[in-house]
Design a binder for this molecule. Structure first.
Ligand code: NI
Length: 189
């Protein structure tokens, strides 16, 4: 297991389109590393494999890490996702580990139905809404080389600087840990 380095904008690797997963390969190590990397980042609710330079259509989502929102599914390992249906439109703030200094107001569908395969190669279908749908859609964008900056209506009025999350090393010292409730509406993903 390893915490993987996360690529940061403007790394051109973030713009690549990822390949579908072929279930003949052993994904266990990659999945463990992605999970460890996501859970190591305070407040992080999602991570896509290409953010770690792995250009496969894999994403992990755990909206339950944000205590201010409802999460229907908790941790999901989502492979080769397809959005089958979406409705509504909501403008809300997002962050991203690959854009650590920024947040932005991004329009996303309010509700989606998605089909994907889990870590065992079993087909799954989910219906998620609001925050959880936003996280899935944000991560899915990474598989196609799309960042939230590509989605904002205006770079001038919809993008904001933010303070960095406190690093884990700092937490281990005397400073108090940042409570989850201090996380912005959508934590880095
Ligand atoms: Ni992201």
């Amino acid at each position: 297991m390893a915490i993987l380095p996360v690529l940061v904008y403007p790394d051109p690797e973030l713009k690549k389109v990822s390949e579908p997963v072929d279930f003949n390969e052993d994904l266990s190590e990659v999945l463990k590393d992605l999970l460890e990397t996501m859970y190591d980042a305070p407040g992080c609710v999602g991570l896509a494999a290409p953010q770690c330079g792995i250009h496969k259509r894999i994403l992990i989502v755990d909206a339950s890490r944000n205590p201010k929102v409802e999460s229907k599914y908790g941790l999901m390992i989502i492979i080769n996702p397809i959005i089958e249906y979406s409705e509504g439109e909501v403008l809300a703030r997002e962050g991203c580990l690959s854009l650590p200094d920024l947040t932005a107001n991004v329009k996303r569908a309010q509700k989606i139905r998605a089909r994907f395969w889990n870590e065992n190669g079993e087909e799954r279908e989910i219906e998620v809404s609001d925050f959880e749908a936003r996280v899935v859609l944000h991560e899915l964008d990474h598989l196609d080389g799309i960042l939230f900056l590509d989605r904002v209506s205006s770079l001038k009025t919809d993008v904001f600087r933010r303070k960095q999350y406190m690093k884990k090393e700092d937490k281990a010292k005397d400073k108090p840990a940042v409570p989850q409730t201090n996380a912005p509406e959508t934590a880095g993903s």
